[in-house]
Design a protein around this ligand. Structure first.
Ligand SMILES: [Zn+2]
Length: 502
């Protein structure tokens, strides 16, 4: 790895992306992983003729993208025979699905992320505590880091689950209840996840031993309705002590909003703010079913919401009123949630989708610079890396993506003034030429440099030849669905009664 190099671009989005400042014929001097200087390409080439050069004059330089919500899955659920369904039903099948070759699968995911211009990812991990947990996590982290990607790994915490919810289980016919008990155990609380706290400490030790490792451990209480208040308080306290980011799901579906009201009578995010969970270090994925008091809590705590438009659309979860939240001053980042409209986990396309998802005669439209900010500076802040990545600025880490802007316009001639509109409207993974993380070229000519993505895919194909493509208990899941739907209706009725009293 060269410690010094020049990155040359026909045009670069310099400064904070929200400014939209496009500088033609720009070069970045990278020194020891940091952007040491930004200036006219001709001047920097003249001054540093001996330095290796990356880039080209047809390329647009953007800050490396931050995918602020992902689960580290490579082969998608759809590819494994688990189709899109409303979240609560989808989660039933998801509980019984499995990851084949976790390290290889994570490497495949990371290669795809890098090739789509992502330089930092927030991984939300959610595996329940088990003796194999630490090994599975280390395999996954190793698969991700092996590609050169920067990883914020949110260790999952939960001590409640939809499967073990006593009210849901009480509504199951006795024969189904015994089948479920056999499969997932009795109804009630799961054990306190001590192992997850140990896992966080363990990942921290790895980072302390080698500060060059591109890993930032974080806390990931999976969702407030799957954690007891005691657990949420404990995790929030540890996050405060360690200054580590905290990342969780919340209010992804209307059912989750109803659950919060039915159980506690209080809007979910207002409640978790009272428990100390919401801080500027916190980011919340989805957050679609917000009450006004939830928005006030998020704003008051400086917490970031992470928008996942393709996942929300595919599972019919709901819509985020993005521009109105931004206009209120809420910080919003962007993640693919391992989805993508075409199941391709492509954050560049997700940026474009976020821009158009809520266009209507009555909404303010998102500007290209705002859309890019979701996936850059806002994402960096959610990752705990604000001021370090997410912008092409002197002193920032050299996390850069070079996009073939000429190809975006071809066969029309490229006009740099339209470059950001082209990125928003047309860019996909196949337009990404070069990606640098900490000044290291991790993608060149669209291919990962540290690992061979064709080999990864071939090894995965071999591994998948030997597994059953469907969750083993698919028939049981179908039998459970009517009971689940009536449970959801009961929770809704209970929430409405609570609201009527409020
Ligand atoms: Zn998710």
């Amino acid at each position: 790895v060269n410690s010094r190099l020049l990155v040359v671009a026909g045009c670069a989005l310099v400064d904070d992306p929200i400014q939209g400042r496009l500088e033609p014929d720009t070069a970045l001097l990278v020194d020891d992983g940091i952007i040491a200087e930004i200036g006219p390409a001709a001047r920097l080439i003249e001054r540093y003729p001996e330095l290796p050069r990356e880039g080209g004059h047809d390329l647009l330089a953007l800050p490396g993208l931050v995918n602020a919500h992902h689960h580290g899955r490579g082969v998608t659920w759809l590819q494994q025979g688990h189709p899109d369904e409303p979240l609560e039903e989808w989660l039933l099948g998801f509980r019984l699905a499995h990851t084949v070759e976790p390290e290889l699968d994570a490497r495949y995911a990371a290669e795809r992320l890098l090739r789509s211009g992502v330089t930092t990812v927030i991984i939300s991990h959610y595996q329940p505590a088990s003796p194999e947990l630490a090994d599975a996590v280390h395999a996954m982290v190793s698969g991700l880091l092996g590609t050169g990607l920067r990883v914020v790994f949110a260790v999952g915490f939960l001590d409640r689950s939809a499967w073990k919810d006593p009210e849901f289980r009480a509504g199951l016919p006795p024969s189904l209840e015994s089948s479920v008990a056999e499969r997932v155990g009795p109804a009630g609380r799961s054990p306190w996840p001590e192992a997850a706290f140990d896992l966080f400490d363990d990942l921290r030790r790895h980072v302390d031993a080698d500060p060059h490792i591109r890993l930032l451990p974080a806390f990931g209480p999976v969702a407030p309705h799957w954690c007891s208040d005691d657990l949420l308080r404990a995790v929030a306290e540890r996050s405060k002590q360690t200054d580590a980011p905290l990342h969780m799901h919340a209010l992804e579906t209307r059912h989750q909003q109803h659950l919060a009201l039915a159980r506690t009578g209080q809007p979910e995010l207002e409640r978790v703010a009272d428990l100390g969970v919401l801080t500027p270090r916190t980011s919340i994925a989805h957050a679609l079913w917000l009450e006004p008091d939830d928005v006030a809590a998020v704003l008051g705590c400086g917490t970031t919401l992470v928008h996942n438009p393709s996942s929300n659309m595919r599972l019919g979860s709901g819509h985020l009123e993005l521009t109105s939240l931004l206009d209120d001053g809420v910080r919003v980042a962007l993640g693919t949630d391992c989805a993508g409209l075409r199941d391709d986990d492509d954050l560049l396309q997700e940026v474009g989708l976020a821009a158009i998802a809520r266009r209507s005669p009555d909404t303010r439209w998102l500007k290209p610079t705002e859309a890019l900010t979701l996936a850059t500076t806002a994402g960096a802040r959610a990752a705990g890396l604000g001021g370090q990545t997410g912008a092409l600025l002197r002193g920032y880490r050299a996390d850069v993506v070079l996009i073939d802007a000429a190809a975006l316009a071809a066969p029309a001639a490229l006009n740099w003034a339209n470059a950001l509109d082209l990125v928003l409207g047309r860019a996909t993974t196949r337009h990404v030429r070069t990606v640098l993380v900490d000044g290291e070229v991790v993608v060149r000519d669209g291919q990962t440099t540290r690992t061979d993505s064709q080999q990864t895919a071939a090894l995965l194909a071999e591994a998948h030849r030997h597994v059953h493509p469907m969750p083993v208990d698919a028939a049981l899941i179908e039998e459970i669905k009517p009971s689940l739907r009536s449970h959801i209706a009961q929770v809704e009725a209970a929430a409405k009664r609570k609201r009527a009293f409020a």
